[in-house]
Structure formats: C-alpha cells, structure tokens
Write a protein that binds this ligand. Sequence first.
Ligand code: PGA
Length: 257
Amino acid sequence: MARIPLMAGNWKMNLNHIEAIALVQKLAYTFNAEDFAALEIAVIPPFTDIRSVQTLVDGDKIALKYGAQDLAKADKGAFTGEISGPMLAKLGCTFVIVGHSERREYHGENDQTVNLKVQAALRNGITPIVCVGEGSEVRNAGEQVSHTLRQLDAALAGVSSKDVANLVIAYEPVWAIGTGEVATPADAQEVCGAIRDQIRNVHGSAADQARVLYGGSMKADNVAALMKEADIDGGLVGGASLDPDEFVSVCRYRMHP
Ligand code: PGA
C-alpha cells in the first residue's frame, strides 16, 4: 500500500493568531488541487492560533490539515496551563506533535511522558506525530540507531498495531534542528529505515502504513534528495514553514529538478 507523503509545518512559538490567518490565507491561495492530491499538507501553529485556523479552513473549505504542538497526558482536571486532547479534538486537529526534542529538553518530558501523551492523542482520535532522534554526542558515538529505537519502543509501549499503522513518527536528529545542518539523505534513511524495520518486528504489516518523517533543517534546496529515500515519507518542517514561499516549495519537492 502506497503511503501518502506528509509535510507538516511546525511553527513552534511563532506567529500570533492574526499572523496565522495571513499565512494560512497565503498558503490556501498558492496551493492548488494537484498539491493537495499529491500529499497531505499540515500546519502546526501555537495553541492560541488554532481556533482562527479552524474557522478559516472550515469556512473556506481549504484542504489544509492542522494540529497542535503538544497535549496534556490527562483529558481534564486541575492541571493549570495544560491543553487536553478533547479540547484539540473539538478544534478539529488532525495531528498533535508529541515528544518534540524541545519539550524533552526544556520541559523535562521523558519516554514515559511521551508514551502517555501518545495514548492521550489516540484516545481522542488525533494522530500523534511522535518525535524521536539523537543528539550530537550519541551520533558521534555511532549510537543513533539504538538510541532512536529505544525512544520509539518506549513511546509506542502498549499501543495496538492498528493504531501504530495510522501514526506518524518523525525522526529528528537534535543536532540538525534549527541549526541549518541537515542530515545527509543516507544518514536520515539509515535511521528512518531502522524505525520501519523495528515497527515491522513488533507490529508486522503496520510498518507499511505508518509514516516516517524526517525533521531538522529541511528546506526547499534539500527536500527532494531526502524524499527520494525509501523510508522517508515526508517532513516535519520548522523554520522553513514560516515563510510561505519556502514552505510551498518544500511541499512541491516532486517538481524539483
Ligand atoms: P527546523 O525544525 O526545520 O527549524 O530545523 C524542525 C523541528 O524542530 O520540527
């Protein structure tokens, strides 16, 4: 079964809801039916923008998907400052990023937190984009595959093969995030291929359906080579997703020479 490519723009803590409307309008105006037929395209804005994005996407019937950058482990309760899966589901979120390296590093999220958040997303009908990947020390030691697979196993503990088939894994080497230092296609494929093999070992044919993205300084001028790799099904695009022309060009990788 052919996997539909996915390009997801992770805006991180950028753009207020007015700026979000302007960017989504620009994207809606530029993407055509062919683009939306060729791949899934998503934006992942800050929480405060999501209602505005929902209103625009629904009102103008834009084929763009959207999601959130994080969610709470619990569905409701006394958790000041948290945003729950049911709230995101009500906002029409298709995706939610879980376990981004910035959450792991600055907010103390460990593999167990990530696993509980994956389960919270699935319980609310939202597709988690589960982030895994090694830092530079691990890469220098040549342990990127074993490190990343350990994170993967922990994130997916207790998740059924049926759910695994529908989820998205983003391999994001931490040393490539926001640094301009992109992994070579071969280096990205090494780990993305290992992720798929591991999913196959545990969940069989779910591995043919689950999508594996690359993330880390993906841009218009490096996307095409990455997308030629057998086990890279798309990208989690940070900085380059804030510039509409650049993001459109990333999503049109298939037209690059
Ligand atoms: P970057 O970020 O494209 O700016 O490197 C990717 C990410 O962190 O998701």
